[in-house]
Design a protein around this ligand. Structure first.
Ligand SMILES: *Cc1c(COP(=O)(O)O)cnc(C)c1O
Length: 862
């Protein structure tokens, strides 16, 4: 029989064990190994059965065991010690507290958060990244307040049918059984936010709070009796529905999220954030709620927009156009033609998401476009992705070179304490004297090759055991009641070169590239001398049948009795599986269609565990591949068609495995240790770990984005938003008058017939400013290498200054000539030999702009 209702009864712990409640209640246990070991000690079997979830463990442990532990002075002392350490961790000054000028509070919005297996509120990389961001922010003391949604069923659980087809189930989560607490009003009742919907309906949500170390995470939940039935399911699952359902989720996340922050501030006294960071476009409506508040405070829409932009950071995560969130314009129009946002006109909202550039679709509302218009600070997630994003969104800044498009990049990182296997951590602790694996000297002789290799072998054994268990479960699920075949007991081999490949299954990730030449793959896997095994996992979006077909192809191939011990597909890729998968692999494979992988983080997690990467030069890999930390699969961007490209890239993949990877792995000394391989492992651990760590990433966000945004917000907001009002007025004027700006004439001099390095080029430009003044613009020489087609590359910009000619009677005031034009002049020093070219451009100039391209206005000399 099925239960119609479920809830969790928590154990009442005796006073002596109250520390356990406190430790279980803060998700820091998910990355703090000593705390995990404490919980495991309570009952190792139950710890496993609870999927390493302290709240669930405490719900299962027997009263006898609780009593026994309460009487165990050593245990009580250990628990109290860890609780005290947690309290210190939460309150002591950390890295951020020594930063000057950094904002005092930052809100971080994301549609998903992957923090721990116990809180499955993620679908893939975006969510795991958000979880890692929070954890590193906590470790560094960054004052983040995070906002998301509480999805009743998370994403989905994946199973595979006997014929290889993905099956989805949606187990319902019980928030009372999770480390969450409700935000409550002064009267003790759950606090709620409300959103006005079309037709006079209202969407209500309550707010769950999770403690992620020092960071608080607010999760909005609509499954409450106050909502009519249809609206209770707004937060039913992640990426579950189409247009309208998705829009409701995003309205709730953005607008409801800011309302939840205000409520949280009122109830707890927490500071209202100075900076708002939206992780991908889904939460973009947050800017509109803030505009609505500012309009209520007396600003115009345009003024409020400037204030909001100054303090907003937008991170874009996908170079795949289909991955960008778009809604039907008419749907957005319906939802904003209500009381949803008092003081905000629906046409102003629509304008923000309009694709009014060449190639844009007038019928859609684009969340990324709105994200960029609502944020003065934007970034992609690797250097290459920054470049690709500048190209992809260049239509929003017409006339500017791609390099000038104001989208920076911060390469993703991964949270080392979460993603480093405890075995490696203990090795660093015992032999290298540090619990920070990213700072350990992995090249030190204090760890011998044998020791490191032994740890790797142990992690591979652990993975093989886990994989067999998963294959067994999958078999039982597919064949209920029948005997599990014995081949599963020796599926995979803990001593064979192990390659991992796990990710979501959108087409561009090419799950099945390895199947391109099945005979060749078979030969590689079953080689007698140098066998290879592949462990594969990944979920396809439930609506993506193409992705499901790819999984099916792979699963079918893996059913071949000759292959099944060497290639396995593990159902239900999630954090729990991932934490054993990365450490257990020797090589991590990544073969996307370049340049569609924005960053990719699974390979980073593998590298933190000493795995070598085998990847197309996409995402983070071109930045970090150095010839010693893995292999680059050459990409055949120039191939005639997709098939030819696949063939070439798959061929290169097989070659690398056969001729380079397997020989190095199986090249053993007398002691059985692959010395050459271990050298690469050490190099990877020593050089990549600090770079790939989310600490490095969060520090970059603080330096490049949060601090400038906080400063800009401070300037714009001072004295009742005086600068914000001024900036809005000025932009309006500049936009109106820009058509009158013209470069009339450019002349240069000062060079010898054959210019040499060190010579000076004097440039003068006569510019018609229309209604603007010389202070409103920057007139600049842009110079660089001049290549074919007169394009300029590697450019440098030098600002020219208005020329004040004195007393010849031709210039009436300052630099203005009789024809009303202004002359600007300056000097460029030729610093390098070779072809040289220059041009003159005029752009708007104001101390409040973060980039000269901000207004998308530019005039160039012809
Ligand atoms: C890291 C991770 C991902 C993302 O990996 P990519 O390389 O970015 O595709 C997805 N799912 C899980 C469970 C992860 O741990």
């Amino acid at each position: 029989m099925k239960a119609i209702r479920r809830f969790t009864v928590r154990t009442v712990l005796p006073e002596a064990l109250s520390a356990l409640d406190e430790l279980a209640g803060n998700l820091r246990w998910s990355w703090h190994e000593p705390t995990r070991e404490l919980f495991s000690f309570i009952d190792p079997e139950l710890w496993k059965a609870s999927h390493n979830d302290p709240v669930s463990l405490l719900g299962m442990v027997t009263p006898e065991r609780v009593e026994e532990l309460a009487g165990d002075a050593g245990f009580v002392e250990r628990a109290n010690g860890l609780r005290d350490a947690l309290r210190t961790y939460i309150s002591e000054p950390r890295w951020y507290q020594s930063q000057t000028d950094a904002p005092s509070s930052i809100a971080y919005f994301s549609p998903e958060f992957g923090i721990a297996a116990a809180l499955p509120q993620y679908s893939g990389g975006l969510g795991i990244l958000a979880g890692d961001h929070l954890k590193s922010a906590s470790d560094l003391g960054v004052p983040l307040l995070a906002v998301g949604l509480f999805y009743r069923s998370g994403y989905f659980k994946q199973a595979i049918s006997p014929d290889g087809w993905q099956q989805e189930t949606y187990p319902v989560l019980d928030p009372d059984g999770l480390p969450l607490s409700l935000l409550r009003g002064a009267d003790g009742a759950p606090a709620q936010i409300a959103l006005a919907l079309p037709g006079g309906r209202t969407l209500f949500a309550r707010v769950w709070q999770a403690d992620v170390g020092r960071v608080k995470l607010l999760l909005l939940d609509t499954d409450i009796p106050e909502n009519e039935d249809a609206l209770r399911s707004v937060t039913d699952r992640l990426y579950g529905g189409g247009g309208e359902h998705r829009l409701l989720q995003e309205l709730l996340l953005g607008i409801g999220g800011v309302r939840a922050i205000k409520l949280h501030s009122e109830l707890t006294g927490a500071e209202f954030p100075q900076v708002f960071h939206t992780n991908e476009g889904h939460a973009g409506f947050l800017g509109l709620e803030r505009i609505s508040d500012l309009v209520a405070a007396g600003l115009t829409f345009a003024e409020a927009l400037e204030v909001v932009r100054a303090g907003t950071v937008f991170t874009t995560h996908t170079p795949v156009p289909a991955g960008i969130d778009r809604f039907e314009r008419s749907l957005v129009e319906t939802y904003f033609s209500t009381d949803l946002l008092p003081g905000v006109d629906v046409h102003d909202v629509l304008a923000l998401g309009t694709e009014d550039y060449s190639g844009g679709n007038p019928g859609v509302f684009n969340m990324a476009v709105m994200g960029l218009r609502l944020a003065q600070h934007a970034n992609g997630v690797s250097k290459l992705h920054g470049e690709v994003s500048r190209g992809m969104f260049s239509g929003l800044w017409p006339g500017f070179d791609q390099a000038d498009v104001p989208i920076a990049s911060v390469t993703n990182g991964v949270h080392a304490p979460t993603w480093t296997d405890p075995a490696l951590l203990h090795l660093a602790e015992q032999k290298l004297g540090t619990t920070d694996t990213t700072a350990a000297d992995w090249n030190s002789k204090a760890v011998s090759d044998e020791e490191l290799w032994q740890v790797k072998t142990g992690m591979r054994e652990q993975l093989v055991a886990d994989a067999r268990q998963r294959i067994r479960w999958a078999w039982q699920q597919q064949n209920p009641g029948s005997v599990v075949p014995t081949w599963i007991d020796d599926a995979l081999d803990p001593n064979v070169l192990t390659i991992g490949f796990a990710r979501r299954v959108p087409t561009y990730k090419r799950l099945t590239l390895m199947l391109h030449d099945q005979d060749r793959l078979r030969a590689i896997l079953t080689s007698r001398k140098r066998p290879v095994q592949l462990i594969i996992a990944g979920k396809s979006h439930p609506a993506d049948d193409e992705g499901k077909r790819l999984i099916q192809r792979l699963v079918t191939f893996a059913q071949d009795p000759e292959i099944r011990r060497r290639l396995v597909f593990l159902p239900n890729y999630d954090i729990e599986m991932a934490q054993l998968l990365y450490p257990g692999c020797d090589v991590w494979l990544n073969n996307p269609l370049r340049p569609l992988e924005a960053c990719g983080t699974s390979g980073m997690k593998a590298a933190l565990n000493g795995a070598l990467n085998l990847s197309i030069l996409d995402g983070w890999w071109p930045e970090y591949y150095d010839g010693e930390n893995g292999w680059a699969i050459p990409s055949s961007d120039a191939a005639g068609d997709a098939d030819e490209r696949d063939a070439l890239e798959a061929g290169a993949l097989y070659d690398l495995i056969e001729h380079q990877i397997a020989p190095r792995f199986y090249d053993r000394g007398k002691d059985g240790v692959p010395t050459r391989w271990v050298k690469s492992m050490r190099h990877t651990l020593a050089t990549l770990s600090p770079e790939l760590s989310a600490d490095r990433m969060v520090k970059e966000y603080v330096g490049k984005l949060y601090t400038p945004a906080g400063k800009a917000a401070g300037v714009i907001g001072a004295e009742d938003y005086a600068a914000g009002r001024e900036l809005a007025r000025w932009k309006d004027e500049v936009r109106k008058d820009w058509s009158g700006v013209q470069v009339l004439h450019v002349e240069s001099g000062g060079l010898a017939a054959v210019p040499r390095v060190g010579d000076e080029l004097h440039v003068r430009a006569r510019v018609q400013l229309g209604g603007l003044s010389a202070d409103d613009v920057a007139v600049e020489v842009v110079y660089g290498k001049s290549l074919e087609g007169d394009s300029l590359d590697d450019t440098t910009t030098v600002e020219l200054v208005p020329l004040v000619e004195d007393g010849d009677g031709k210039t009436p005031t300052g630099a203005i000539s009789i024809d009303g034009s202004t002359t600007f002049a300056g000097t460029v020093t030729l610093t390098r030999p070779g072809s040289f070219g220059y041009n003159v451009r005029v752009v708007p100039k104001s101390p409040y702009l973060a980039s000269p391209a901000e207004l998308g206005l530019i005039t160039v000399a012809h």
